[in-house]
Ligand binder design. Structure first.
Ligand code: HAM
Length: 424
């Protein structure tokens, strides 16, 4: 039997229901911060990504083709360049800070595996305006609030922060390829383990550089001001990071974040704070989310440089995270009613169902009065309905409808005119 193209998913109604609900949580939290939704085309000229996105994405992962008009076209592998293009072309009209979010699909030609597919969705939330510690803290706070809205606790994930400039001032090598190689290796460190990391590092770096990388990895947040004073890093970088952490601490969110110099992020456009959310479950090693500050990308697209920061949160890894933590219940909850029909009361039951829908209640009815009650109950449960409604001859004579709550098993008789109110 033919399935979907490798690394992509069909969404059957059940999965679509889950997806819509998961995205609903993302939307609700973004909107609570004043973020507004935008959308964009699936196709972009390949030049939008070249020398702006990530070398790995452009060289190995982007789906590209020549269109009928001889243009080189890409299926979007990420949103950030598109967003920068859109915002910079209207920058004069937009009221800053610009707070935008989108939920869209992307394609990357990757080897599909756990947490990695060829087509995936991302929530992108980005903030364009002043490059202040308050702006950075807002984006991180939004991310924490999204994960906790699903019921996640601080022990379930780690939000790791660093600053791109720390790597640049501490590790960067005059040979771009060496720097890139070290960046890629740091990205894999968690996955391959310390021994393999040390072996691989020795292959690309000389003894002096190996020493620098190792000492870079031991930097703690409390070392930053000292490193700034003695000139090892720009003092403003450490001061900014410390302020971001202080703002989050004042909101009771310190327990969710940790400084980790090993975060590098493989995109060329990042200029400052960079971060990733890692699922702490040993089986889900992939990052759920990645982001950072990119203060020069909008300037490259248009006339004006506008500082920006944001993140991409992937649906595949988020779903895995929720599954292993038993947090799916917050997403897939039971909704609406299933009206079971009896032969003698079919028409009055269908009329009540119709009235309830007009009152805004989701009502699905059975269509065949010969099916046994037990089977109909089972169907209602499998369809994730919250209530079963029934009106047999006895209930009709008493002028009531029987309501069974499928979550609690509780049953009550309600007058048809009170039903909508009660079900709400
Ligand atoms: P990214 O780290 O490439 O960043 O992707 C962000 C998240 O998207 C990842 O953490 C992961 O959850 C998900 N993701 C990426 N590739 C795949 C894949 N092949 N299969 C499943 N999930 C995937 C960016 O894309 C940046 N543009 C984010 C950003 C927004 N930076 C600033 N604003």
């Amino acid at each position: 039997m033919a399935g979907p193209y490798v690394g992509t998913r069909d969404f059957y109604p059940e999965e679509m229901n889950f997806r819509n609900r998961m995205f609903g949580v993302l939307r609700r939290v973004c909107e609570s911060y004043g973020y507004v939704e935008y959308s964009a085309p699936l196709l972009e000229p390949i030049s939008l990504y070249e020398s702006k996105s990530s070398e790995e994405i452009v060289n190995d992962q982007v789906y590209r083709f020549i269109d009928r008009g001889e243009r080189e076209v890409a299926i979007r592998p990420e949103m950030t360049p598109t967003l920068a293009r859109m915002v910079s072309s209207r920058i004069m009209e937009l009221v800053r800070p610009v707070r935008w979010y989108s939920i869209a699909n992307f394609m990357r030609y990757e080897r599909p595996g756990k947490g990695r597919l060829r087509e995936f969705f991302q929530l992108n939330a980005d903030l364009m305006g002043p490059a202040t510690p308050a702006a950075d803290a807002e984006i991180l706070s939004l991310l924490v609030d999204i994960l906790t809205a699903f019921g996640a606790k601080s022990s379930d994930f780690k939000l790791r922060l660093s600053d791109r400039r720390l790597f640049d001032s501490y590790v960067k090598h005059s040979d771009k390829e060496v720097s890139r190689g070290i960046g890629r290796l740091l990205d894999k460190r968690e996955k391959i383990g310390d021994t393999a990391f040390a072996e691989e590092l020795a292959k690309i770096a000389d003894a002096d550089l190996v020493k620098r990388v190792n000492s870079f990895l031991t930097i703690k947040a409390s070392d930053l001001s000292e490193l700034g004073k003695n000139g090892a890093i720009d003092p403003a970088v450490g001061d900014h990071l410390n302020q971001v952490i202080e703002i989050l601490a004042a909101q009771g969110k310190a327990e969710f974040v940790e400084f980790d110099p090993g975060i590098v992020r493989g995109f060329d456009y990042y200029t400052g704070l960079i971060f990733e959310v890692q699922d702490t479950h040993p089986e889900n090693r992939r990052a759920i989310c990645g982001g950072g500050r990119y203060d020069r990308l909008l300037g490259q697209m248009g006339k004006q440089e506008v500082p920006a920061i944001g993140f991409g949160l992937g649906d595949v890894t988020l779903e895995q995270f929720l599954t292993t933590r038993g947090l799916l219940a917050t997403v897939v909850d039971k909704v609406g009613c299933f009206f079971i029909l009896f032969p003698e009361t079919r028409d009055t039951s269908l009329k009540i169902a119709s009235d309830l829908r007009r009152a805004g209640i989701l009502v699905e009815t059975s269509l065949d009065t010969s099916v046994k009650i037990g089977k109909q109950m089972e169907a209602a449960d499998k369809k994730n309905r919250k209530f079963v409604l029934m009106q047999g001859g006895d209930e009709l004579a008493r002028g009531v409808v029987r309501v069974k709550n499928l979550l609690t098993g509780e049953q009550v008789d309600v007058k048809p005119q009170d039903l909508a109110e009660k079900l709400r």
